[in-house]
Design a protein around this ligand. Structure first.
Ligand SMILES: [Zn+2]
Ligand SMILES: [Zn+2]
Length: 199
């Protein structure tokens, strides 16, 4: 069995993640390591309580509890967005410089984690241990990327609030569109994800 001193930032973030998730599962640990890798790659200290780091996550689920615990980025802080490709990947963006890196577990990390933790543990627990212990470079691929969309448009105009001229509901962050009669929310503009039904 390979024994390595655990990086304290890994241990702390795993504890925070486990506390909000009932227990620590392998995907949370991956999320913790991905979140910490975002800080390393962009030279940003973690966890953050400002909005300089934006995370674009490519799935929801356990991994994001780990990512959130490590980075402080949350949906509530508007520093975490889900672009649901169903992939365990996160793109981290320094919103001041627009420098971005995409972080994804390397192929074969499940087996590698088990070899780190030793095969005397059940597979699940070997992954929990191994993902905590593995060097970042063995665990994750971190690649510079350029965003293909307008970051300013994604972030919107923070703090703005107008009433939709059709439904009367408030529209935040500059998400309104302007048509003939004035500001209209995207839901009223057409193609809403729901429709009224009787009952
Ligand atoms: Zn889980
Ligand atoms: Zn509306």
């Amino acid at each position: 069995m390979t024994t390595r001193a655990l990086d304290s930032s890994v241990a702390i973030a795993c504890a925070v993640s486990a506390a909000q998730h009932e227990r620590l599962c392998p995907r949370q640990v991956l999320g913790v390591r991905m979140g910490l890798a975002a800080g390393h790659a962009l030279g940003l200290s973690l966890p953050r309580d400002d909005k300089r780091l934006l995370l674009l996550a490519e799935t929801d689920g356990c991994v994001l509890d780990g990512v959130t615990a490590a980075t402080g980025c949350t949906v509530g802080h508007r520093t975490l967005r889900i672009i649901d490709y169903g992939r365990v990947a996160v793109t981290a963006v320094n919103v001041e410089t627009e420098r971005a890196v995409r972080i994804v577990p390397r192929a074969g990390v499940r087996e590698l984690a088990i070899s780190f933790a030793g095969d005397d543990l059940p597979r699940y627990y070997a992954q929990v241990e191994g993902y905590q212990q593995m060097p970042e470079h063995d665990l994750l691929r971190v690649e510079p990327v350029a965003l293909t969309f307008d970051l300013t448009a994604l972030l919107g105009r923070r703090g703005t609030r107008v009433d939709c001229s059709r439904c009367g509901e408030e529209v935040l962050n500059g998400r309104e569109l302007y048509v003939g009669e004035g500001a209209v929310c995207p839901g009223c503009q057409g193609g809403a994800y729901y429709q009224p039904c009787a009952g």
